[in-house]
Structure formats: structure tokens, C-alpha cells
Design a protein around this ligand. Structure first.
Ligand code: M6R
Length: 611
């Protein structure tokens, strides 16, 4: 959560920082602010989106060659001007931005209050900055030393960036548990929470590791650990194009990302799947095939949409590989005392690769000797780096807060892994294996066909936009899709929605059904088809409104349902990759019909880097 940007070099800092904040707004948009050094420190901040800050700064002096900026997702203190970052030190000379949570902030704050410090905000960030200031005063040390001492006492997660008007040519940054990328230009440096604010200036980047401190002056980057020892920066080349992070003519990133899915799935399969030769090439799987094949258990840890992908993977792995699978919310797994054995394989699923709970969960499991296999979208992210092995989903940057293309790419990668392990383990016969490879091969084209339903889904969105609640039902492989459809609707349209296994409906939710309740059935042809047809009849008998996602030409359900959306016929194991697409579109169009900001839904942030 929260996006941070900083610049030092010959360019005007403010436009670079502002543009960077707009790129990072998906990480939080409760307030934003900038601090600039030019003949003293200037700090500007504003509640609301980055555009509000920009408007408030028209005509203000923003000239500077060193600057820091922040877009906030509130943790400590409500969204307001005074809680917005950057925060300033008591002497008014230093400014700091922070992404993360300082868990022992109240203890530090009490110590500082006793010393007479006054606080302008409710944030943990201001506490940390004043703690650093206090150390500097008491120890008569420089800022760099004070930061180092302070961070040794801090409990929690952070990326911080500081500027000090007494050192107008220096940026100091540090990281633990939250992401920080440094772009290296010609005589200039760019700092950001991810690479998107950096790529138009340079492709040379350094991913800062936990417990590292960066001291940056024009043209100079020094990395140190908290013990003050120098570390050689590992410079990497970014594999990311600017076009990938722009809207390219779409009204919203979410719509663009939904429509990108034929391509992203194709990219995800490229070089991995050879349907004719009957081969799957995945180095991460091949190099660990013995551990995967012989796993006593697979534990999938994830959050949100990624957890839904994990749930579907449970069905697929158990069916194909005959390995017991558990799917865990990372936030629960990390705090209970789970039993993890050496022979277990942990699959961490994450779009951002920065979700704090998932990261800590795998760190804990790693300590207990399990193999950590990351299924991650963001290249070079923390989860990718902590994992022992992995497979990227290659969906490209996902900017819309609601996950869409990353989800379908996760399903594809997880299915590929399961197929490869099953093939090696000989728990799948050759004809089924070949059939499923060819089904996967056809998925990009079938998603393309599915997207043709967009105008119909848009019309349905108009019809149902005023519903107060929705129920989403599915069975078997389509149950996780019902959960995902409900999550998308909640996030984007603020309509209460629940996903349920269709049979479970009779154990409670059926009490909600009346003529006002739309019930979305994910009812493509599969082994449970007859059962779900009965469930549809049960809803109709109680006057519920049925919207059904069906396989093309399913006359039977078409006659029963109030509305249907067809998807191409596909094997039940891969059909969920198709059936989720109309549900993504439905959430999107209802959000748009309600005039909501679908790319930045309230209270949410793309990357949940706090627990
Ligand atoms: O980056 P991750 O996949 O680890 O994120 C997990 C969830 O925070 C994420 O899927 C969230 O639920 C999305 N907003 C769903 O659209």
C-alpha cells in the first residue's frame, strides 16, 4: 500500500515525481504530497487523489532538482491533509515519506512525548522521523547514522525516503518488507515502489533488499547494510515497455486488462506449451520435479483473487496429480502454528509479489524446510525473490485495482504446473494429457470469442445495476469462479455479493432469494451439469432472477434463466478461464453504470503491503 517516488538529478524533480505518483496511484489514493529541496524545504500535501494535489500546486514554486512524493493508503490516521505524507521533522528541515507500518510506533511516540516532542499528525511515519531526529540530536551524528540506529529499533515494515535541507544534494532511503526500486540514469536517480515511474527514463534498475540503506547523491549510489558495510548494487535490466502501463485508448485500465487476456494468456503459454509435441517446458518445475512429484502435500498460500486461483488449483492438482492440497489464506497461515514438513511444497500465488501476508507466510514455511514455489506476476518482486523456485505468469503490469488478467494467467500457470507434474508422475494418461494441452492451446482464441459478449454484458449491467445484493453460485471447478465473480462485483460496484458452492445454497443463502435478488450461476457444461440445472430450478421456483454463464448452445438453461451469457465449449478443467471473463465484464460495466471510479475503488489498494 502507498506509493513512493523520489528523484535526484539535473531534471526538474516535481514533474518527474508527480507523473510517478500518478503511475503509482493504484497503490493508494487517500492523499498525496511532495517535498522539494531548493533554498530550503517546501512541503505540499493534500487529501484526495494526485490530481487534487496537482491542481492545488498550480502557480506554486515547485522548482527543485531533488524531490520526494507519496500517494497514501491510510493505516494510522484518517485520510486528511495533515496525515498526508511527506512528514516534517520538528526543526522543519527534514521531510520523509514512508510505505509500511511501524508496529512499535506507540512505544516510540511515548518516549518522544516525554521528551517534549509535539506531533502534527496521527501517523507512525511522523513518529519515526522524529525518532530519527532525536537520535541525531542526542548522538550528534549525521543523518545516515541516525537512520541506521533508528531502524535497528523499529519493528514493522517500511520503505522510507528522507531529504534534509542541510544536505541538499542527498537522498537517503531504506527498506524492510516493502518494495523499493532505484532507477539509474545519466547523473540522476529515480526511486519508486515499482518500476512503472522509472521506465520512461531508464531501464537500469537496482531492487533494494531488506535491511539495506541507499545513500544517493547526483550520479552516485551507495548501498549499505545496517552494519554500515558497503554492498555492491546488483544492476538489472527492466523488461517492460511504456505502452504496457498506459491505457491505450481504453476508458479504464480494468477494461484494457480484461481485453488483453487473449494476449496475456498467449504470452503465458508461449515457450512453455507445445501441444503437438505433447510437451510442457517450465524450468522452475523441471528443476524441482522430484520434490514436486513426491510432495507429501501441497499448501497454496495467497490472498484475495490469488486465493481464488489457488482454490481452483486445489481441484486441479488433486484431480491430476493425486497429491493432497490445502489452500490457505496467507493472513491466517502466518499467525497460526501450521504443521509444515520438509516434504511439503508451498505454492505462493501473488500478482504483485509484495502482499505482506503472503510474503511472511512463505518466509515462515521456508524456515520449516518446505520448498517454496512462487507463481508471481511482478518480475523481481519480493515473493519471487524469496521463493526457491517459481514460474512467472507473464501477464504484464496490472494497474486496475481489481485483478483480471493476472487471475487468468495464474489459472493457466497453475494448470500447466499440475499437468507437468501429473505427466511426470504418470497420474494422467497420455490421451487425457494430450487433450488438455490442446484445450489450453485453444484458450486464447476462446477468450477472444468470449469477449464478444461485452455488449450483451453491458446491457445486463444496466438492467441489474440497482440490485442491492447478488448471489454467485457454481459447483466444482466453477465454484472458485463464483467466489471471484462476487469479489469483483463487491470491489468495483460496492454491491454486496456472495459466492457459494451451488449446493451449499440450500443450507442458508436460499433464505435471501426473492424476486429482487439476481443470482449469477456459473453453469458451463461439466460433470455437475445436471446438478446445477436443478439448483437453477430451485432459485426460479422462489422467483429469484437467474443470470447464467453457459456453454454455447445450452438451450435447456437458456429456457430457464432470465438472462444468459454464452462462452465457447471447453473441457471442464480449463472452462473456468473462460467463464470468469463475463463476470469481470459484468462487475466492470455495473461500476461504470454507477459512475464509480473502477480503477480506483474506494478503500482499496492494488498491493497490500501491510498486514
Ligand atoms: O498481489 P496479490 O495477488 O498478492 O494480491 C492479493 C489480493 O490483494 C488481490 O487479489 C485483491 O484481492 C484484488 N484487489 C482482487 O481484485
Amino acid at each position: 500500500m502507498c506509493g513512493i517516488v523520489a528523484y535526484i538529478g539535473p531534471k526538474e524533480a516535481y514533474p518527474v515525481v508527480l507523473k510517478g505518483l500518478k503511475r503509482l496511484e493504484y497503490r493508494g489514493y487517500d492523499s498525496s504530497g511532495v517535498a522539494l529541496l531548493n533554498n530550503g524545504l517546501k512541503v505540499y500535501k493534500k487529501k484526495g487523489k494526485v490530481a487534487d494535489l496537482e491542481e492545488s500546486l498550480v502557480g506554486k514554486d515547485v522548482h527543485a532538482h531533488i524531490g520526494i512524493g507519496h500517494t497514501r493508503w491510510a493505516t494510522h490516521g484518517e485520510p486528511s491533509d495533515r496525515n498526508a505524507h511527506p512528514h516534517t521533522s520538528s526543526n522543519g528541515k527534514m521531510a520523509m515519506i514512508h510505505n509500511g507500518i511501524i508496529e512499535n510506533y506507540s512505544q516510540l511516540k511515548n518516549e518522544l512525548l516525554k521528551k517534549g516532542y509535539v506531533f502534527e499528525s496521527d501517523t507512525d511515519t511522523e513518529v519515526l522521523l522524529k525518532f530519527i531526529e532525536d537520535i541525531q540530536l542526542n548522538n550528534e551524528c549525521g543523518l545516515e547514522e541516525a537512520v541506521r540506529i533508528a531502524l535497528k529499533r523499529v519493528v514493522g515494515a517500511y520503505v522510507i525516503v528522507l531529504i534534509d535541507q542541510d544536505h541538499p544534494d542527498t537522498l537517503i532511503a531504506a527498506r524492510k518488507g516493502s518494495p523499493l526500486v532505484i532507477g539509474i540514469g545519466k547523473g540522476e536517480h529515480f526511486l519508486a515502489s515499482d518500476a512503472t515511474p522509472i521506465i520512461e527514463y531508464t531501464k537500469e534498475v537496482v531492487y533494494v533488499n531488506d535491511y539495506e540503506l541507499a545513500i544517493i547523491r547526483p550520479g552516485e549510489l551507495v548501498l549499505k547494510n545496517l552494519g554500515n558495510e558497503k554492498i555492491t548494487p546488483f544492476v538489472q535490466k527492466l523488461d517492460l515497455e511504456l505502452a504496457a502501463i498506459e491505457k491505450s485508448g481504453y476508458d479504464h485500465f480494468m477494461l484494457k486488462e480484461i481485453f488483453e487476456q487473449p494476449q496475456t494468456i498467449f504470452d503465458c503459454l508461449r515457450g512453455r506449451l507445445d501441444a503437438n509435441a505433447g510437451a510442457i517446458t517450465m524450468a522452475g518445475v523441471q528443476n524441482n520435479i522430484d520434490q514436486l512429484k513426491n510432495a507429501s502435500r501441497i499448501i497454496i498460500v495467497a490472498c484475495g483473487t490469488s486465493w481464488h486461483a489457488g482454490l481452483l488449483a486445489e481441484y486441479i492438482f488433486e484431480e491430476l496429480c493425486r497429491i493432497p492440497v490445502e489452500v490457505e489464506y496467507a493472513s491466517e497461515f502466518r499467525y497460526r502454528n501450521p504443521v509444515v514438513h520438509k516434504g511439503d511444497v508451498i505454492i505462493a500465488v501473488s500478482q504483485s509479489g509484495e502482499t505482506a501476508d503472503t510474503l511472511v507466510a512463505i518466509e515462515k514455511a521456508k524456515e520449516q524446510g518446505a520448498l517454496i514455489f512462487g507463481v508471481v506476476n511482478a518480475v523481481g518482486s519480493s515473493i519471487a525473490r524469496v521463493s526457491n523456485a517459481g514460474a512467472y505468469t507473464h501477464a504484464g503490469p496490472e494497474i486496475g485495482v481489481a485483478s483480471t488478467k493476472a487471475f487468468t494467467a495464474q489459472l493457466v500457470v497453475l494448470t500447466l504446473i499440475a499437468l507437468k507434474v501429473a505427466h511426470e508422475k504418470k497420474t494422467i494418461d497420455t490421451s487425457r494429457f494430450m487433450h488438455l494441452l490442446s484445450e489450453l492451446h485453444e484458450i486464447p482464441e476462446k477468450v477472444e470469442l468470449t469477449l464478444r459478449s461485452a455488449p450483451k454484458v453491458k446491457a445486463l449491467a444496466e438492467k441489474y445495476r440497482d440490485a442491492r445484493d447478488f448471489l454467485y453460485l457454481g459447483r466444482g471447478y466453477n465454484f472458485p469462479i463464483a467466489l471471484e465473480g462476487a469479489l469483483k462485483l463487491k470491489e468495483i460496484s460496492y454491491i454486496h455479493a456472495e459466492g457459494y458452492p451451488a449446493a451449499e445454497m440450500k443450507h442458508g443463502p436460499i433464505a435471501l432469494v426473492d424476486e429482487h435478488l439476481p443470482v449469477v450461476f456459473v453453469a458451463t457444461r461439466d460433470s455437475y451439469h445436471e446438478k446445477i440445472v436443478s439448483n437453477i430450478q430451485e432459485i426460479k421456483a422462489r422467483k429469484g432472477k437467474v443470470i447464467a454463464v453457459i456453454s454455447e448452445g445450452d438451450e435447456n438453461i437458456s429456457r430457464m434463466a432470465d438472462d444468459t451469457i454464452e462462452v465457447p465449449e471447453a473441457d471442464e478443467l480449463v472452462a473456468p478461464i473462460l467463464s470468469v471473463v463475463p463476470l469481470q465484464l459484468l462487475a466492470y460495466y455495473i461500476g461504470v453504470a454507477k459512475d464509480l471510479d473502477v480503477d480506483k475503488p474506494r478503500n482499496l489498494a492494488k498491493s497490500v503491503t501491510v498486514e
